[in-house]
Design a protein around this ligand. Structure first.
Ligand SMILES: C[S@@+](CC[C@H](N)C(=O)[O-])C[C@H]1O[C@@H](n2cnc3c(N)ncnc32)[C@H](O)[C@@H]1O
Length: 178
């Protein structure tokens, strides 16, 4: 996958949202770059990971490519707590599959969003894991999990075939407006 695939996986869930986003499990920042690209001027991204090493220097790397984006980084474990933004959106790309029971995490994410705010996930479209992707969830499973955790309108954004676990999808759901 290249930058255009990363952007395509999240674009439909990011466009039209406000600029303030939290990224969970940013790693070396492939999707931070995609988020900065899709959000455009005014992007304000807090990119986080429990491992401080991959996110070190990420602000500078994103800013070199997308000078109008503001990126900050912070190291923490999202299964302990999610910072209260409120954020216009939360992006979790290939990171929620490290959590076996995601309900509490999804509810905390929902509370960190503005009303109508978006949760965008990128995940392998599979329900059986392996040592590298321990607890993946297909789009069908994710639609159920997101609804049970109080999100509205879960929908598929884009799907890319993958030799590893078949396919990767991007999906979005919203914090209810009322
Ligand atoms: C497979 S990498 C994905 C990186 C990037 N989002 C991507 O898709 O290219 C997963 C990242 O999530 C982070 N991660 C896993 N569990 C986490 C947790 N509970 N809290 C914070 N970060 C976590 C890992 O440290 C790792 O950098």
């Amino acid at each position: 996958m290249d930058h255009d695939d990363h952007a395509a996986l999240i674009r439909g869930g990011v466009e039209g949202a406000g600029p303030r986003w939290l990224e969970l499990g940013a790693g070396s920042g492939a999707f931070t770059l995609a988020l900065a690209d899709v959000l455009g001027a005014g992007a304000d991204i807090l990119a986080t990971d429990r491992d401080p090493r991959p996110i070190a220097g990420l602000e500078a790397r994103v800013q070199r490519r997308f000078p109008e984006a503001r990126v900050r980084t912070r190291a923490f474990d999202f299964s302990d707590a999610i910072p209260y933004g409120p954020f216009d959106g939360v992006l979790a790309a290939n990171s929620l599959h490290f959590v076996r029971d995601r309900d509490l995490t999804l509810r905390s994410i929902r509370s960190s969003l503005v009303r109508g705010g978006r949760l965008v996930v990128v995940e392998y479209d599979a329900d059986r894991g392996n040592p590298w992707v321990p607890h993946p969830f297909s789009f069908q499973s994710w639609r159920r999990e997101a609804t049970e955790a109080g999100f509205d309108r879960p929908r598929l954004l884009h799907r890319v075939p993958s030799r590893f676990l078949g396919a990767i999808y991007g999906a979005v759901a919203e914090r209810p407006d009322g």
